[in-house]
Design a protein around this ligand. Structure first.
Ligand code: PMV
Length: 311
């Protein structure tokens, strides 16, 4: 019995603008994981996927060419890429990554599943092949994904990502501590990405300017992170990035409030992370303030908090 994992991810800077070709910075978040275990199945029973928590059972065949289920689609893509028929196996899926939480749950589940299936078929996919296949599944989830989620999750490294170019990793000059906060509200990235697209189409001058301002914030943030610059400055950039995301319509009163409480409780800065309107936010903090800021977050209505260290 073998188990394959994939971590969640956190976008530190640049979500949404990354869809339009601006850079974004993201890191794997291994406190949350998707996990797939390969179990034997009786001869002739074919390939099924079971969800440990949901009790769901899915049967994978190659007959349906455009399934609307992302798990079936992920398995089919692997079978087709490897030129194989469905084997007699059960793939048991577990994940503690909140869905619709801005943590890249979809990409993590696809990655773990594709790793498990390709390995079980005796042909583990290379990082590059896996990344391309997970991106195809992401298109089913998100419509027009930038590719940042699959890239961070497949390579399990911090990335400075520009759509359509090979991902770069970056140096971290001074260790950074983030409080990662699940706002408790699940939200659809497909919807927020679609709404930004509509606004951009209606008023390209205004929304294009906001998007390129986000790009400037991300470029400055990378320089600061690499040089180990002042945390106050990095925090201010997070606040600026949040304000720009709000102007793009992807924040919410709850996210604005949680960010404000984080700042009032001593965080250097805070911003939503991922698709927005709900999902998660991150706050740059001094490690010794973690317990008090986490308590303030929960009192303000957050569902859960974690620490993430970037070194
Ligand atoms: O909501 P998430 O975690 O899937 O993050 C999506 C990031 C966006 O920039 C909003 C969309 C994208 O495809 O890059």
């Amino acid at each position: 019995m073998q188990t394959y994992n994939a971590p969640a991810k956190i976008i530190l800077f640049g979500e949404h603008a990354v869809v339009y070709g601006e850079p974004a910075i993201a890191a794997p978040f291994s406190a949350l994981q998707a996990q797939v275990t390969v179990l034997p199945a009786p001869l002739g029973s074919g390939l099924s996927i079971i969800g440990a928590a949901s009790g769901l059972t899915l049967h994978v065949s190659l007959a349906n060419d455009t399934p609307d289920n992302a798990l079936i689609y992920a398995a089919q893509l692997v079978l087709k890429a490897l030129g194989k028929q469905p084997p007699d196996l059960t793939l048991a899926l577990r994940s503690n990554i909140p869905i619709g939480g801005g943590f890249g749950s979809g990409a993590a589940v696809s990655t773990a599943l594709m790793r498990a299936l390709s390995a079980a078929l005796g042909a583990p996919l290379s990082g590059e092949a896996l990344n391309a296949l997970v991106y195809e599944v992401e298109q089913l989830h998100h419509g027009t994904p930038s590719g940042i989620d699959n890239t961070v999750i497949v390579y399990e490294q911090p990335v400075y990502f520009v759509r359509g170019t090979p991902p770069e990793t970056f140096r971290v000059g001074t260790p950074l501590t983030f409080l990662v906060v699940d706002s408790g509200v699940s939200a659809s990235t497909r919807e927020t990405v679609g709404d930004v697209r509509r606004l951009y189409t209606q008023d390209q001058a205004r929304y294009g300017a906001l998007i390129s301002e986000i790009g400037d914030v991300v470029r400055t943030a990378r320089t600061l992170i690499e040089s180990g610059g002042a945390l106050e400055e990095l925090g201010a950039l997070m606040n600026a990035n949040h304000a720009l995301l709000r102007a793009l319509s992807v924040s919410s009163a709850h996210l604005d409030h949680l960010c404000a409480v984080a700042r009032e409780s001593g965080a250097y800065g805070a911003k939503l992370s991922g698709g927005g309107r709900g999902g998660s936010l991150i706050a740059l903090i001094e490690p010794d303030l973690a317990p008090s800021i986490a308590t303030a977050m929960r009192e303000a209505g957050a569902a859960q908090t974690w620490l993430m260290h970037l070194t």
